[in-house]
Ligand binder design. Structure first.
Ligand SMILES: Nc1ncnc2c1ncn2[C@@H]1O[C@H](COP(=O)(O)OP(=O)(O)OP(=O)(O)O)[C@@H](O)[C@H]1O
Ligand SMILES: [Mg+2]
Length: 275
């Protein structure tokens, strides 16, 4: 209870929410092949961690999840930019042909600039903190946006920096409250986390709290010359899933997985065979 109950932004009842959401049990991951592996996608209302080292594709994954849901399925989305300014993200993903501004104009996507607060640089973004804020007022603001814009999917890039900023001595409690509030609001949330976080304990706490963990990593080829990207589903509550590493590529069209041999009946794409 505590501030969770006292905060007026929690006053929405599950019944009101039931009335507005479509009640499909899954939300697309944004990666077509991963949807096949996970019987349609992430369980609705789950909180999933995308964990990986530098350059493994975390931001790309987070935006693909948001973009494909908003653009192709009409699922309203919220992106919380923590490590990089929204303008940097918009520009970067335009290389995949993803026009975030177009989705923002129609309120299918809200880009919330938390980077401005953390990096202490001024920002022209419409959605940003009005001044220094604690975790309770940040959450209240985010839940207000979720409610007003009927947001169903959210991504935070990265949750590690967010918790380092807001967590203080109570990182795990802050995270628990945040995830509970999101589930209560019927949001399916994806959080990226870098493995180079100074605080290993922080990563462990995050791993325990999440419903799902996707691990992105790079490994050298047997001859040691090249590197191959992989994704491993380390945890997905309520789903049977393979534990094997799944080869991954970042192409001009975003992230793809080679699920040949993982999902029965899937034939390997020609592009994979050529390697
Ligand atoms: N348009 C593109 N086409 C193909 N590959 C790309 C493209 N854009 C990025 N990549 C690949 O994706 C990698 C970075 O992806 P991304 O920024 O999502 O990683 P990240 O895990 O978020 O990195 P960081 O930890 O630095 O934030 C690049 O290093 C590059 O190899
Ligand atoms: Mg990134």
């Amino acid at each position: 209870m505590g501030w969770l109950a006292a905060d007026p932004s929690y006053a929405i009842t599950p019944l009101e929410i039931e009335g507005r959401v479509r009640l499909e049990p899954v939300i697309s991951t944004g990666v077509a092949e991963l949807d096949l592996v996970l019987d349609g996608g992430f369980p609705r209302r789950s909180c999933v961690l995308v964990l990986g080292g530098p350059g493994t594709g975390k931001t790309t994954f987070a935006i693909q999840f948001i973009y494909r849901n908003a653009r192709e399925r009409g699922v309203k989305a919220l992106f919380i930019a923590v490590d990089e300014a929204p303008e940097v993200v918009r520009h970067r993903v335009s290389a995949f042909g993803w026009d975030l501004r177009e989705l923002e104009r129609t309120n299918y996507l809200i880009m919330y600039d938390l980077h401005t607060l953390i990096a202490r640089i001024p920002s022209d973004e419409f959605f940003q903190p009005e001044g220094p804020m604690d975790v309770a007022s940040f959450l209240a603001e985010i839940l207000g946006i979720i409610d007003e814009f009927e947001v169903e999917v959210l991504a935070v890039d990265t949750v590690t920096t967010l918790l380092e900023h807001f967590g203080g001595q109570q990182t795990r409690l802050v995270l628990k409250r945040m995830l509970s509030a999101l589930r209560y609001h019927y949001v399916t949330a994806l959080f990226t986390a870098d493995l180079v976080s100074r605080d290993r304990q922080l990563i462990h706490a995050v791993e325990y709290e999440m419903d799902g963990i996707l691990h992105l990593f790079l490994e050298p080829t047997p001859d040691g010359i090249d590197m191959i990207r992989y994704l491993r589903i380390e945890k997905m509550k309520g789903r049977r899933h393979p534990l094997s590493r799944i080869p991954m590529r970042i192409t001009t069209d975003g992230i793809h997985l080679d699920i040949h041999g993982i999902v029965p009946g899937v034939i390997r794409r020609r592009r994979w065979r050529r390697r």
